[in-house]
Design a protein. Structure first.
Length: 277
């Protein structure tokens, strides 16, 4: 078994390919109020694949537009900067890692998108921005991709350990690697300059003892658990992670929970067809 240090992993994070320039610009401009949306639309249009996905998502029920969006500029204008930033970041992330033999990338992204969709639906009930929630949900397992692509043999050992011991993947990673994908994902989110709130939510998603208040970390934790429980990714033998007792802080009755879960299934089906085509 091979223990990895945080320093080792961070060196490999720095060797990862950069995100597309337009995405990096979007991420570093999160706090800027004076974004020129026309310049942004033009930059998106320069990436044909990104532009095509942006248009398809803008016209999906995900945003529920009353009329058809016919250009990227119109999408930016109608949906607003925050929604476009979320959409473009998601499109770029799902295409930014090369496949590794033995690892099911399709299932990985299906679960990440499922978590993002559930997070976005939970957000209004937890006082969190829906776009921030979606981004955090999409990012919550990105540390896995660092481990899989940069330490393929070591992570394969962790996957074997998980299967042999029928345990959570995070437990197998700690046992075999001495580090888990939540720690690595938080470091990657910091390297890519995502907001500190997202870095913390990724880091704390399994820290049940610290999830004692309504906010982004609890939201990402709940979204991850619910996405697993609904089995939206269709991952064989996947285990549902332990649920924090703090979920009771959400003042939702049974009818509201059932409605939210039905909406999650419907939205996920549509968004995954677009994002993972």
């Amino acid at each position: 078994m091979t223990a990895l240090s945080v320093e080792q992993v961070i060196r490999h994070i720095h060797a990862l390919p950069s995100l597309p320039a337009v995405v990096l610009e979007l991420l570093t401009s999160m706090e800027q109020p004076d974004i020129d949306v026309h310049v942004l639309a033009h930059k998106i249009e320069l990436d044909q694949a990104l532009a095509a996905k942006t248009m398809r998502i803008a016209n999906s029920s995900f945003y529920g537009m009353q009329s058809t969006v016919t250009s990227v500029a119109q999408a930016v204008s109608v949906l607003g900067f925050h929604s476009i930033r979320t959409m473009v970041t998601a499109c770029a992330l799902t295409g930014s890692f090369a496949p590794v033999p033995g690892f099911d990338f399709q299932a990985f992204w299906r679960h990440s998108l499922a978590t993002a969709v559930v997070a976005r639906l939970l957000a209004p009930h937890m006082g969190v921005s829906p776009e921030t929630a979606f981004t955090a949900g999409l990012l919550h397992d990105l540390g896995t991709l660092v481990l899989v692509t940069r330490f393929p043999a070591e992570h394969a050992q962790a996957r074997d350990y998980r299967q042999q011991h029928d345990c959570q993947m995070v437990e197998a990673e700690r046992a075999v690697l001495g580090i888990d994908h939540a720690q690595v994902g938080s470091a990657l989110a910091a390297y890519w300059q995502f907001p500190e709130a997202i870095q913390q939510a990724v880091a704390d998603q399994y820290a049940i003892g610290r999830l004692d208040a309504v906010g982004l970390p609890l939201l990402v934790h709940l979204a991850n658990v619910l996405a697993h429980a609904l089995d939206l990714a269709g991952i064989e033998a996947a285990l549902v992670p332990p649920l924090s007792p703090a979920w009771c802080l959400l003042a939702l009755d049974d009818e509201q929970w059932f409605a939210l879960l039905r909406q999650a299934e419907h939205t996920f089906d549509e968004i995954s067809r677009i994002m993972l085509a």
